[in-house]
Design a binder for this molecule. Sequence first.
Ligand code: FAD
Length: 433
Amino acid sequence: MKRGIVWFKNDLRVGDNIVLNQALLNCDQVIPFYCINASAYKLNKFGFRGMGFFRTQFMLESLRDLDRILQKLGGCLIVAYGNPIDEIIKVVNDYGASVVYTMEEVGYDEIQINMKVKKILKEAYIEFITYSNSTLYREGDLNMEVYNISDVFTEFRKYIERMSKVEEAISEPNHIPVPSKVNIPIPGIDFFGFQIVERDTRAVIDFKGGESFGLERIQQFIFGTRAINTYKQNRNALLGENNSSKLSPWLSMGCISPRQVYHEVKKYEKEFVSNESTYWLIFELLWRDFFWFMMKKHKHLYFLKEGIKGNRKTYTSYNQTILNNWVSGETENDFIDANMIELKQTGFMSNRGRQNVASFLCHNLNMDWRYGAAYFQEALIDFDVSSNWCNWAYIAGVGNDPRGVRTFNIEKQSKEYDSNYEYRKHWLIDRFE
Ligand code: FAD
């Protein structure tokens, strides 16, 4: 009787999940497990938490949805809260498991956890097996070592599009054979001591965590509204539920996989329209892959002030008042403030907004960019370690931008993307009355 733990992390789904799939293929019984990392709720060296209200709420919803799906398949989900290293070892011992399956990580802290667990398990002759479970292209499909991947996105994209193929998505399992069904309650949001934020009616979309809702959103965006037809032209819009896909929270929590999105786009292209916009959604997913592979390649360098560029000019200054004003949308630049208030109130901000507020913090306020990245980590509902830190480094001029340091002209940007003040009035109505 071989028992394996399926240690879910940011892959909270049963569809296209290689970790779950391999555990089911190789074990007689599996124990689905998730640990809410207590250290994410402590203040870090930048003065922010690793996880704020919106993502915590989204995670809890995703865990409840996963548990419901697993229950339907005959299984259940064990949810712990604490130090993931202690908790995984505990569950291995409790169930007499001989192997742990989990996803490969690229974030520095996450890698340390995997390494420590692997070491402890090895001493007890217990296997620890990881799979890359979050990208569109698997590392094995690249036909190239990670350290040889170009640091320039366009080169990466052209190479991968020419040399690799996206695999089929793995089907959902039809049964989860668990040793016994346990009913461990998933904590409510009040457990985490947050001040509850009521849903803001100005939010562009109502995000609800879980595989079921993520799959629904793919259908709605692609087949339902057919907004994908005009995605390339509209994706930079600041308002509107369907101008961009809004898939990022589900992709980041792993409620859906980029491969599932890819194959739905391909299906749509076959049945309806194939144009630049339908391709562009896949193009954006390649940015996500690019940053994942970049973080795998350059590791901790993305968390250093000088990033992957080494000794270049870096933004070293730090001023708590300036930071507080930026965070709370009180910089006196209406365009920046509107975006920062949207983030604070909803956990979301458009890509255009993110680029502008990040550039403003680095190049107009001359702040150490890592404070901005750390605040985004806490505030974003869709925080993803490589997408966030690599995008920030890019804008700060210490990452993958081949053109070096680029500053967004905020006046020009606000004229281009909010010419009629609709967005600024939406979030700052008091200032415009
Ligand atoms: P769409 O335009 O519909 O794009 C489809 C998907 O492609 C997105 O859901 C996302 O998974 C991926 N994608 C698009 N643009 C990027 C990009 N530049 N980098 C990586 N992936 C991309 N995205 C996150 O998912 N998590 C983050 O923590 C994050 N932090 C960011 C920080 C900064 C400073 C900047 C400039 C961008 C950041 N992004 C992050 C990327 C991007 O802003 C969001 O993915 C996007 O706004 C989400 O909205 P959407 O799903 O409607 O995107």
